[in-house]
Design a protein around this ligand. Structure first.
Ligand code: TRP
Length: 461
């Protein structure tokens, strides 16, 4: 297990710990913060159906392929592409360079949004001291943050440094223990309570119609690309993060089953998040469904209606931050693992700090996009919106195709069959051809279509 020796990685032999890693990387702000407003922006039901269809086809197929690539190669992406480049004498290592760059930008963007969550946590504390916590929180709006680049930068730095400390000081195990014994149970409890309360609002029937009645006329030219991009983002696929996790995976579990379960958990959380956020948003009246501030503006209005709402609110945002931190730890881990496998001599701790500092440099752009860089607009959007869109709706799916391509280059058919077929899982014999057809044909066609339609929309203005 060369990667373990060189990266000093703690062995994740245990099945539960592996699920925690994969599910923990998948579930985060993408589900709870991003999915509701992207679904709102694209008109609700029909988009959600499209998203589910893509998660169950392209999403899970690539997820499984990435896990297999890592497990079989016992290495991270950078090393795998180097091997493939040497055998095929072609510069395939450019694929992993692209994915690592994307991972770095995702981490910086993700840190800025995590910083927003941190801001809410601090504001609850301020509110407690003032004595009118909920009044205070509900009068907060995102403008405080968007107008203040330094604040966003500082909060993102705190987030990144904590993530860096966890990965660099090998505290991942301890952090995961806190997550499993404390944070996850509390989060499930709080989420369930808030969900019940939210679904008892008068607006719920209207929300259920909006979510479950697909009105395809509400889809637009951008919707396919948005759905594909979000599937990639929420499942953490397309950049080889799951290749790294797959390389830690040492037991004999059937990977397609593992991949399917990870996808299912992720999809469920996204659906629950929509059900949590929309009833509140609908009852506010003006339906601010399409804006990144949706979660942050909607939730405090629900806390107002509940006894001990301030405590619920504080608890919810702390748990949300822990989830965001866990996803960031996964991103940082991927970067560090690739880096230390490539430069074997380099010290892991130093490489983590180097990566953290470089990422921090990148956070400047999204952090200041509403203040210092406010006037730098592209396509009528701020830099943060452009980064989100370009990264998630264009780059991530393209590099996801790179993953599928590498998978076929690096793993011979015999290996693919060996990993996919399982005597105990009869369905694997029926599904293997679909899986391969999705990776080879459906994914490229859908991704290309999604991108072309978005470009048409852009050109038309
Ligand atoms: N999937 C995470 C979320 O939904 C974000 C994330 C973590 C991610 N690791 C990733 C996205 C790797 C793309 C690639 O919040």
């Amino acid at each position: 297990m060369p990667n373990n020796k060189f990266t000093g990685k703690i062995l994740w032999r245990n099945r539960f710990a592996f699920y925690l890693l994969a599910v923990g990387s998948a579930c985060g702000l993408g589900n709870i913060w991003r999915f509701p407003y992207v679904a709102g922006e694209n008109g609700g039901g029909a988009f959600i159906l499209l998203y589910l269809f893509l998660a169950f086809t392209v999403g899970v197929s690539i997820l499984i392929a990435e896990l297999m690539l890592g497990k079989k190669s016992e290495a991270s992406l950078l090393k795998i592409t180097q091997r493939v480049s040497t055998t095929h004498k072609k510069p395939y290592f450019w694929i992993s360079r692209l994915t690592l760059f994307i991972t770095l930008v995702i981490l910086s963007y993700y840190s800025v949004i995590s910083g927003w969550v941190l801001h809410y946590i601090t504001q609850f504390v301020v509110g407690f001291f003032r004595g009118d916590t909920l009044q205070y929180i509900s009068s907060l709006n995102m403008k405080v943050l968007t107008d203040n680049g330094w604040l966003q930068f500082a909060l993102a730095s705190v987030h990144l440094i904590v993530a860096g400390l966890i990965v660099g000081q090998r505290m991942t195990n301890r952090f995961e223990k806190i997550l499993t014994t404390f944070i996850i149970p509390v989060f499930v409890f709080l989420f369930a309570m808030l969900l019940v309360r939210s679904l008892s609002l008068d607006s719920t029937p209207e929300v259920l119609r909006f979510i479950f009645y697909p009105d395809f006329s509400k889809l637009n030219l951008r919707s396919l690309g948005h759905a594909i991009g979000h599937v990639f983002f929420t499942l953490s696929i397309g950049v080889g993060a799951l290749v790294t996790f797959g390389s830690y995976f040492k037991n004999e579990d059937h990977l397609p089953k593992v991949g399917f379960r990870v996808m299912m958990v992720d999809v469920m959380i996204s659906l629950f998040s929509v059900l949590l956020v929309f009833p509140i948003a609908f009852s506010i009246g003006e339906k601010p469904l399409t804006d990144p501030s949706l979660l942050f503006e909607a939730l405090p209005r629900l806390f107002m209606k509940i006894q001990f709402g301030a405590l619920f609110g504080l608890g919810f945002f702390i748990c949300l931050w822990a989830a965001a931190l866990n996803a960031s730890v996964g991103l940082l881990e991927t970067l560090a693992s690739n880096y230390s496998e490539r430069y074997l001599k380099s010290d892991r701790k130093n490489s983590i700090w180097l990566i953290t500092v470089i990422t921090l440099g990148f956070t400047v752009i999204p952090a200041f996009s509403g203040s210092g860089l406010k006037d730098v607009k592209l396509f009528d959007q701020t830099l943060l919106e452009n980064i989100d869109s370009f990264l998630i709706n264009y780059l991530l799916p393209i590099s996801g195709l790179g993953m599928a391509f590498l998978f076929f280059k690096a793993l011979p058919l015999a290996d693919q069959k060996d990993l996919f077929l399982d005597e105990k899982t009869e369905s694997s014999y029926a599904l293997i051809n679909y899986w391969q057809a999705i990776l080879k044909f459906a994914a490229p066609i859908l991704i290309a279509a999604g991108i072309i339609l978005q470009i048409i929309a852009l050109v038309r203005g």
